[in-house]
Design a protein around this ligand. Structure first.
Ligand code: ATP
Length: 379
């Protein structure tokens, strides 16, 4: 049985730029379309995909694209044998034995998600060979999965109406990726994810690592300039910036260009990410750091950075909102997520947050697609 996850985008940082993209994506998913987040490495595609899966409030099945992936890894396969023995003793003097060996079918991740109406996140799907992904064509368009024929199972499986798919991919110039067939692209709504803007990067650094705003600004600017000058702009600067900020924060290294440890961290994180020689990239980085150091007042007290904060926790839903949802569910003796949203004029984020907190407190429960008040609350 493939692993099913419950999406939880811990520490998701929402800035106006991300929020706009998330809202558009959620709208398309809610209308039943599959979406495709496309962009260079480290722009936040997977993080956004998991956040959207969280907002859809359905179990999550995650597949990572891979050149070695086979169709059976997506659809399922015949595995093992089931043995059946029938002893027919209808006439006592005669015993008839029937021994039958049957292969048993095991669903794989795509089949499971499509059958049960889960959310499928297919990360970096263009790392898989195009012919392996062909099965997705009928899943997305005809809402059918064609299974290999066997004697005891129907060859077609109808896709559950709540099945949703989120794809992510890196652009074609990345190594290890395949060109995607037009027919599949035609079935997806593709949203390009560029390098996150500077405000977003600073916000992510501050919230993810607990570093100060000044340090986050300095690190993102340093990484951005280095990437531009050292031909390291194929991937986003977000990942190296997070790495530098986190290491400095964890080890109380001040983000000062004249601090030797800070310079070492920057060199270790950045120098291997360029297509130029190590000598050239080292020169570019140290020129940049020297310039920065000149502008740092000599007497800046090297205050140790703040201790790492606890991972960001989503703000709890306001109590009156939980109360309204609770009353609605109780009054209607159960309700669907979409009914609650529509009847109380709520958006998906606030509804999911409030429901999650009510479920954690044991006040309500989720059964199939409906939300009910726990029996203990009714008595
Ligand atoms: N909105 C966000 N909130 C918090 N962290 C984020 C956000 N977006 C990106 N990040 C962080 O930035 C880093 C890169 O993000 P992510 O792995 O989602 O990028 P990606 O585009 O999927 O990269 P790749 O193509 O290499 O898989 C991760 O450490 C992730 O946690």
């Amino acid at each position: 049985m493939p692993t099913v996850l419950h999406a939880r985008s811990r520490g998701f940082v929402n800035t106006p730029a991300i929020d706009r993209l998330a809202r558009r994506s959620l709208r398309y998913l809610q209308s039943g379309f599959a979406i495709h987040l496309r962009g260079p490495a480290g722009t936040g595609k997977t993080t956004l995909a998991l956040h959207l899966a969280d907002l859809l409030a359905r179990p999550l099945v995650l597949i990572f694209g891979d050149d070695e992936l086979k169709s059976s890894d997506l659809v399922g396969s015949q595995t093992g044998y089931k043995r059946k023995q029938v002893v027919d003793n209808y006439i006592h003097s005669v015993i008839k034995l029937e021994d039958e060996l049957q292969q048993s079918w095991v669903d794989s991740r795509l089949t499971l998600a499509a059958k049960e109406g889960f959310t499928l996140v297919y990360d970096e799907f263009n790392r898989s060979r195009p012919e392996v992904n062909n099965i997705l064509l009928s899943v997305l368009e005809e809402k059918l999965i064609a299974l290999p024929p066997t004697q005891n199972r129907s060859e077609y499986l109808r896709v559950h109406p709540q099945f949703r798919a989120i794809f992510t991919s890196n652009p074609a110039e990345y190594c290890g990726v395949h060109a995607t067939q037009d027919a599949l692209m035609d079935r997806l709504i593709t949203l390009d994810m560029p390098e996150p803007d500077q405000l977003t990067q600073i916000e992510i650094l501050v919230q993810r690592t607990g570093t100060s705003i000044e340090a986050a600004e300095k690190i993102t600017a340093l990484v951005q300039n280095f990437r531009a000058n050292a031909k390291a702009d194929l991937a986003s600067g977000l990942r190296p910036s997070i790495a530098i900020a986190k290491i400095c924060q964890d080890h109380q290294i001040p983000a000062l260009a004249r601090n030797d440890e800070f310079r070492e961290v920057c060199a270790d994180v950045l120098l291997s990410r360029t297509s130029i020689t190590l000598v050239e990239s080292t020169q570019i980085l140290f020129e940049q750091l020297n310039q920065l150091a000149e502008n740092e007042p000599a007497d800046v007290p090297e205050t140790p950075p703040l201790l790492a904060e606890e991972p960001a926790v989503e703000p709890p839903a306001p109590p009156n909102l939980s109360q309204r949802i609770y009353e609605y569910v109780q009054h209607n003796q159960g309700a669907k997520l979409s009914e609650i949203e529509a009847s109380l004029s709520l958006n998906r984020v606030e509804t999911v947050n409030a429901l999650r907190s009510l479920i954690q407190k044991g006040i309500i429960k989720l059964n199939d697609d409906r939300i009910y008040v726990q029996e203990a609350q009714l008595s």
